[in-house]
Design a protein around this ligand. Structure first.
Ligand code: 9WN
Length: 440
């Protein structure tokens, strides 16, 4: 006897339960065991899910991000809760010595992709659709958040643009959010770890080793943290000490997306100064993303040391679909490649969803993390930005396939593209958020 698939109502209520269970009051953990703290871009996405449940709670989540902002403008990638079962924790990060860190907040010392203003705009729309008190608290929050968000974007455009290319530069794969994607392989090969660093891989207690980065990769990750700590996380000093420097085209596209959102929010609140600066930023980032497109029509990351483009097709190669651009042919080309037989339409795929890597890629290694699996949050992001650009067909396809994938009610962090097996953490908050936003 086959059991009926859960209804949208059942998926929605299971997803809401995930956010409730992971809620520590001022922050929702990215996942119950594997990630017991607040992650920056996770939290932004999660706030959209929370807004469907309680607008004040969604704003509280975003407030925790703002409270953790460094004096430089950076939003740190982790705000630590009191949980100790996570490595590397606050002490290992060494950010106690970072002058820019607000003293009352324990955080890591790197950033993650800038999706905050984009998600805040979604929260505001949900609040306004509800009206009443929700709309006025959301508006009051926006008025307070405009300057911090503007400083965050400006930091990305200055401190993280040391070579003036306009491509957001990162100093750790964790900053990209796509940690062990083959995008970074050539750059990680330059990272030499002089002596073995003591590690406590708490992650391997909560996820299968075959789905996580290797020990060799983790040694490099930790070495980079040490390099940053050696200069007390000082932005000016980082470019000269870091052995990992990478021009991230996906981050650049997301900066365009968020800058556009921030410009609209600023307009709504009479802040023409921020609106015009953010609109300029968005246009410049979009031009940079367009300019990264190679002969195959895909976006490329940049190696700021060798000053060359990096030709490693991955989900990030479709960054133009996130931010849009002037050249409609380029956009149409990326859309058709992504939907085609090497990517979403691969004959071995269980669902027509955008994978982190093509199953035809020489570097593909599902079930490993960002080397092939399908990520529900990426499904949501690509569907949501497609909808914003008016591509209803793409958005509807990904929503429908993405929801079917989530009928297992596991809310996997990522999924095996061929079998649909949930991988990494289960009850992952941002996967639950995708379901809530799609259904509600
Ligand atoms: C390191 C929390 C985070 C996501 C990242 C994802 C993974 C952490 C890890 O989990 O990264 O930051 O330990 O693997 O790659 O995108 O924000 O969900």
């Amino acid at each position: 006897m086959t059991t009926a698939a859960p209804s949208p109502e059942q998926i929605d209520s299971a997803a809401r339960r995930v956010l409730e269970d992971n809620d520590l009051g001022t922050l929702v953990t990215a996942a119950p065991h594997l990630y017991p703290h607040q992650w920056s871009w996770d939290a932004a996405f999660i706030s959209v899910g929370l807004a469907h449940m309680s607008v004040p709670r969604a704003l509280r989540e975003l407030r925790t991000i703002l409270d953790a902002q460094w004096s430089t403008g950076m939003f740190p990638h982790i705000v630590f809760s009191d949980h100790v079962d996570y490595f590397p924790g606050f002490d290992t990060w060494g950010t106690a010595v970072a002058e820019a860190r607000p003293s009352g907040v324990k955080s890591s010392g790197i950033c993650q992709p800038p999706v905050h203003a984009y998600c805040l705009e979604k929260v505001v729309r949900i609040a306004h659709a509800g009206g009443g008190e929700d709309a006025s608290v959301a508006d009051a929050f926006v008025r307070e958040a405009l300057d911090p968000l503007h400083r965050w974007h400006s930091w990305l455009s200055t401190a993280r643009n040391p070579g003036g290319t306009g491509i957001v530069e990162i100093y750790h794969g964790w900053e990209s959010g796509m940690d062990n994607s083959p995008r970074f392989d050539a750059i990680y090969d330059r990272v030499e770890v002089p002596e073995r660093i003591e590690m406590d891989r708490t992650d391997l207690k909560h996820a299968d080793a075959s789905e996580r980065p290797s020990d060799t990769e983790y040694q490099r990750y930790l070495h980079l943290v040490r390099q940053m700590a050696s200069v007390a996380f000082d932005d000016d000093a980082l470019p000269s000490v870091m052995s990992f420097r990478f021009g991230d085209i996906f981050m650049t596209a997301l900066l365009a997306v968020s800058a556009e959102s921030l410009a609209r929010l600023a307009d709504q609140h009479g802040r023409a100064d921020i609106a015009s600066a953010e609109r300029e930023r968005a246009a410049a980032c979009r031009r940079t993303v367009e300019g990264s497109v190679g002969e195959d029509g895909l976006c490329r990351d940049y190696d700021p040391i060798e000053r060359t483009w990096l030709e490693v097709p991955s989900l990030a190669s479709f960054s133009l679909l996130l931010c849009g651009g002037e050249d409609q042919e380029l956009l149409a080309g990326q859309r058709s490649t992504l939907m085609g037989p090497a990517w979403m339409g691969h004959p071995e795929n269980l669902y027509r969803l955008p994978p982190s890597l093509s199953l035809d890629s020489p570097q593909v290694r599902p079930p490993e993390y960002w080397r092939g699996p399908v990520w529900p949050i990426m499904n949501w992001l690509f569907a949501s930005t497609a909808l914003d650009r008016g591509d209803l067909e793409f958005a509807a396809l990904v929503r429908s396939e993405g929801l079917t994938q989530l009928t297992d009610l596991k809310f996997g962090e990522y999924y095996e593209p061929r079998t649909g097996e949930p991988l990494g953490s289960h009850q992952q908050s941002w996967s639950a958020m995708a379901a809530i936003d799609w259904i509600t």
